[in-house]
Design a protein around this ligand. Structure first.
Ligand code: ADP
Ligand code: ZN
Length: 231
């Protein structure tokens, strides 16, 4: 990462729209994103050694080990050096151990990198309804996110087909109700400590209400990060 690169961390429950918001930033702002969830699913699809180790945890909605995810992220960050104005981390860090490891990594590389933490606010009830309407593209290099919910702006143009690559849309295994509940439990267990870690390390945590249409969320996001930078 070059010293001019901004690093955004999205902290929000499953279904809060981290991935959808990231996709908009990529398409409209020329940023790049790392979704640790997408990366994990790619390992499983490719049947790598890592994929075999994490398959069960992912299906049942549990976290994979801190050390494994951390090394995936560090490798990716290293490869992004100076290439883009900003990068978004979607789904990492999820635990204090991961946040500490990231902090160490950044300190050892570049002191001047701007780190912004954005907390996405949404009720558990809305999360469950969103995830039960969620579909993703089955092409593992794409994994674009869709929703068949009434009034959603993420409905695919052709029924059950990805707008971008024409692959069929599928449900994620961990979007079944029992796994959703497990993921929410885990998120709620970790988020408090994670936010406290960032607050005590003197990082500003910006809050974004995401209980509105995605286009409105994106507009608010752009305003929020501008304001954040001026402070
Ligand atoms: P969501 O945010 O909707 O729960 P993700 O696609 O971000 O889904 O992640 C899916 C799964 O990938 C998680 O339930 C977990 O098993 C694994 N995973 C992703 N990121 C991490 C992480 N930082 N630490 C541990 N496990 C992770
Ligand atoms: Zn696709």
């Amino acid at each position: 990462l070059s010293s001019g690169t901004d690093l955004f961390i999205l902290i929000g429950p499953p279904g809060s729209g981290k991935g959808s918001l990231s996709e908009l930033c990529i398409r409209n702002l020329g940023w790049t994103q790392l979704s640790t969830g997408n990366l994990c699913r790619k390992h499983i699809a490719d049947q790598t050694e890592i994929g075999k180790q994490i398959d069960f945890a992912i299906k049942s909605g549990k976290l994979v080990s801190d050390s494994l995810v951390t090394s995936m992220v560090e490798e990716w960050l290293q490869s992004q050096m100076g290439k883009v104005p900003a990068v978004i981390l979607d789904g990492f860090p999820r635990t204090v151990a991961q946040a500490k490891a990231l902090d160490e990594f950044l300190k050892s590389r570049n002191q001047t990198l701007k780190l912004s933490i954005i907390r996405l606010l949404i009720s558990d009830e809305n999360v469950v309804s969103r995830l039960s309407n969620r579909y993703i593209c089955s092409y593992i290099e794409c994994q674009a996110i869709y929703s068949i919910g009434v009034g959603s702006t993420l409905v695919p143009k052709k029924s059950m087909i990805c707008d971008i690559c024409n692959y069929v849309l599928i449900r994620r295994k961990d979007d079944e109700e029992s796994a959703i509940r497990e993921r929410l439990l885990i998120y709620n267990k970790h988020q408090h400590d994670l936010l406290n870690f960032y607050k005590s390390a003197q990082y500003q945590v910006l809050e974004l209400n995401v209980e509105k249409p995605l286009s409105d969320v994106f507009e608010s996001f752009k305003k929020l990060v501008d304001i954040g930078f001026k402070k």
